[in-house]
Design a binder for this molecule. Structure first.
Ligand SMILES: [Zn+2]
Length: 303
């Protein structure tokens, strides 16, 4: 089996999650007692970052006012990052950033943050987004309360006690090719000239391969013959997991369904020209295209 050597830069392999530690009801006391514990903070999903000299997480200590003022429910155990216990604090709109730091939208920071720190913030943002959407039980409407050091929520109504776990929305992202040609599309909202691999959410009852075939056909009218998995990338805007595929399809006329502003076949040489703007380097879409351009996969033929 062909295994891609690619590992996306925002996988959180640098975070040691230590699930067992989440089961300890005293986890927060242990964290506060440990002088090595570091805290990260997000306010309205924006991470606290250093203002200078370069982009990076602003780690806090337990005695920082931003941390001291938190209720236990505002604190989540992320795991061990860089070998140190790391706790996520959910700040509120009244909290001020400590001197030398500020809260900032994560997405524009991705190109400048160290990739392991970006991965940690990816996970933190996704967790807090999920919590903000599950403050009440979907079954009975009672409030929910955190469990497992913030990695689960449980309905407080003893007659219900439904459990909720972080939601992840799988989406396929696929580069369809036919010999030296690849099928790329663009959305109307993107910067002029940018084209990317096709993408869409997986629907209930579908395999990933089903979703690849359906999405490509719906968006472009092109039939996929074969697809194979490339790699995955967490994408917490708000809670996706992008599942990358290479696929083969026959180069024929494209028919748009209205979701894309344009989609067409590009020759590999065309994609190396400055007239086409490819996705940003840290995205799995770009990695799919780059790998294909290097000829690593397009020699695979349909059966
Ligand atoms: Zn309930």
């Amino acid at each position: 089996m062909n295994r891609s050597p690619y590992r996306n830069p925002f996988s959180s392999a640098s975070l040691d999650r230590r699930h067992v530690e989440r089961k300890d009801d005293e986890w927060l006391d242990a964290a506060l007692d440990d002088p090595d514990t570091r805290f990260i903070a997000l306010r309205e999903l924006q991470p606290l970052v250093r203002s200078a000299p370069e982009s990076g997480i602003c780690f806090l200590q337990a005695n920082d006012p931003l941390i001291r003022n938190r209720k236990p429910a505002d604190l989540l155990l992320m795991g061990w990052f860089g070998g140190r216990r790391t706790v996520l604090a959910e700040a509120d709109e009244h909290d001020e950033a400590p001197a030398g730091s500020h809260f900032e939208e994560l997405r524009p920071l991705l190109a400048s943050l160290p990739t392991d720190e970006a991965a940690l913030l990816y996970a933190a943002r996704a967790l807090l987004f999920w919590r903000t959407r599950h403050r009440h039980c979907g079954a009975c409407g009672a409030p929910t309360a955190p469990r497992s050091a913030g990695h689960a929520l449980r309905c407080v109504n003893p007659d219900c006690s439904a459990n909720f776990f972080p939601r992840i929305d799988p989406a396929v992202i696929v580069l369809v090719s036919d010999g030296p040609y690849a099928l790329l599309g663009r959305q109307a909202s993107w910067p002029q000239g940018r084209y990317s691999a096709l993408a869409g959410f997986v629907e209930v009852g579908e395999s990933l391969e089903d979703a690849v075939t359906r999405e490509v056909f719906e968006e472009t009218g092109i039939q996929v013959h074969e697809s194979h998995y490339f790699a995955s990338q967490p994408w917490p805007f708000p809670s996706s997991l992008m599942l990358g595929f290479h696929a083969s399809g026959s180069r024929g006329p494209v028919s748009l369904d209205g979701e894309l502003e344009d989609a067409r076949w590009f020759h590999a040489d065309e994609l190396r020209q400055p007239t086409v703007t490819l996705p940003l380097p840290h995205t799995i879409a770009r990695q799919l295209i780059e790998e294909w351009l290097q000829g690593a996969t397009h020699s695979r033929k349909a059966p």
